[in-house]
Design a protein around this ligand. Sequence first.
Ligand SMILES: C[S@@+](CC[C@H](N)C(=O)[O-])C[C@H]1O[C@@H](n2cnc3c(N)ncnc32)[C@H](O)[C@@H]1O
Length: 212
Amino acid sequence: MEFLAEDLQQYVEDHTEPESDLLQQINRETHLHVLKPRMLSGHLQGRVLSMLSHMIQPKRILEIGTYTGYASLCLAEGLRPEGKLITIDNNEELSVRTKGYFAKSDFADQIEMKVGNALDIIPTLKENWDLVFIDADKSNYANYFDQVIDQVNIGGYLIADNVLWSGKVFDKTKNDNDTVAIRAFNEKMHVDPRVQNVLFPIRDGLMILRKL
Ligand SMILES: C[S@@+](CC[C@H](N)C(=O)[O-])C[C@H]1O[C@@H](n2cnc3c(N)ncnc32)[C@H](O)[C@@H]1O
């Protein structure tokens, strides 16, 4: 599914801050050399993540699902000078490329990448989060939320990507595992008294949650 009509997308991007040279390079090289390039957040969503991170001014960010590091670098833009972003991905092969991009960035000293299964790594992190970006395997979104919520500061944020899942979440005929998992995650967020929730129809859907 195209997320926005092509001319609307173009107009929106034309009136949104452009990507930095490094983000443009990651975007281009991911499309040329990496499988499933649609997983990359991209220009508009990347600028939205940067803007949200600047608004939050986090000290600690956790990203679950790094891929080629595009969103990590967008989120890192809003970090406080003493702040740190930890990002987790289980794709060891891809991590060499991603770490190279981090090393080239202005945030080399503020980003720590951990390679392995996020479900195993998250419980080992003794941090309190101001911002958590959930963007790994869809079947574990609810588990990731449960693992991190007690360590999110009051007034901190969680953002979950792909919660519209190309529109499958509201198509009753679609019941594959990922669709069912995201549907259940959205319902869970909607009734959880610990968070305020807004589903932003940006790209494939961002569920924005504020810890109460
Ligand atoms: C949608 S991509 C992340 C995109 C990235 N956040 C961005 O916006 O540019 C999802 C990533 O999650 C990783 N992933 C999937 N299951 C995982 C797991 N159980 N633990 C850690 N990473 C996982 C995949 O290897 C993939 O790189």
